[in-house]
Design a binder for this molecule. Structure first.
Ligand SMILES: [Zn+2]
Length: 316
């Protein structure tokens, strides 16, 4: 079980390489001859402070971190979309100071007293500390252009964006609030799937979120699902794939089981581009691929069409 979790976490994750490559030492060289060379390299290294540059994993360009942040974590040379945190993404989409977060303090409980390679309790503690997040999703009501909307944004840095009972419950409450207030629901997902540490409680969230979405649809309100890299398993098999409109970021990896598992199971060569957003657009699963920098403008356009004649309930 623990191995499965580890494998899932590695699906499509962007391995961001350190900005500086440490100088290689010639194993055959004598220390006498080596010394002056090394001190020269060290001096050069200190000219470029660490942590200011990031190497693009796709085109190997060194990008100034400030520039990368200003460009919403998209490589300006090859348009590679780096992983972006939930808060950063919310800031890029909603009008300033309009995000009213819901259930901000809700945290997971280790109901199964799960122990394995790592205990769930310890994993939670280290992730709270590492990410400054309470769980893998942030939800709230906000303003996007002229539209009020119920927005849920997942964060891959918290336990691989896995869906446990907190992710499921927060999203369900968000969708229910949307239904109650006549608001469109937008969920931006990135996930390795269900959170195995919570076993069945995690899997139940698939049905719960979809049931809430069914009530939302019955009220004739739109739900836009935005898929970002990576998006797999239990999340793709539930709320992420049932949007009235399904959008994706360029080159996001999207699927149920990962390509390696499918290849091993079917013993067949996979077609080029398998499980990329572009492949899934060609095959009809996705309605549009929207670059991150255009997302806000496009969302407003879609909501303009989808919310015609619908008024948000007062005091959302
Ligand atoms: Zn690049």
């Amino acid at each position: 079980m623990a191995t499965t979790i580890l494998n899932k976490k590695s699906f499509g994750t962007d391995g961001t390489e350190p900005a500086l490559t440490p100088p290689t030492m010639d194993p055959g060289g004598t220390s006498f001859a080596k010394k002056p060379k090394l001190s020269g390299t060290k001096k050069k290294k200190s000219d470029i402070p660490e942590g200011l540059w990031t190497k693009c994993p796709k085109c190997s360009t060194m990008i100034f971190d400030k520039e990368l942040d200003e460009n919403l974590k998209v490589c300006s040379k090859c348009q590679h979309h780096f992983t972006i945190g939930a808060r950063e993404r919310i800031n890029s989409l909603v009008e300033t100071c309009t995000f009213e977060e819901m259930d901000a303090q809700m945290i997971s409980v280790d109901i199964l007293a799960f122990t394995g390679t790592a205990a769930y309790k310890d994993k939670l503690a280290s992730n709270w500390k590492k990410t400054n997040l309470k769980d893998a999703v942030i939800t709230g009501i906000c303003q996007i252009g002229p539209h009020r909307a119920a927005l849920g944004v997942m964060d891959f840095s918290f336990l691989g964006g896995s869906m446990g009972s907190v992710v499921g419950e927060k999203l369900t409450r968000l969708i229910e609030r949307g239904t109650e207030k006549n608001l469109p629901v937008i969920i931006i997902s990135t996930s390795g799937g269900a959170r195995m540490y919570e076993g069945m409680f995690s899997l139940m969230q698939m049905a719960k979120t979809c049931a809430a979405l069914a009530y939302h649809a019955r009220a004739k309100l739109p739900y836009i699902s935005i898929l970002t890299n990576p998006d797999y398993a239990g999340v793709m098999a539930s709320y992420a794939s049932v949007g009235d409109l399904i959008l994706a970021e360029p080159q996001a990896m999207i699927g149920f089981a990962g390509p390696r598992v499918i290849k091993d199971t079917t013993n067949a060569e996979l077609p080029p581009g398998f499980q990329t957003a572009e492949f899934l657009l060609d095959h009809g699963l996705i309605d549009a691929i929207v670059p991150r920098k255009e997302m806000k403008v496009r969302l407003i356009e879609y909501l303009d069409y989808l919310m015609v004649g619908k008024k948000a309930a007062a005091a959302a």
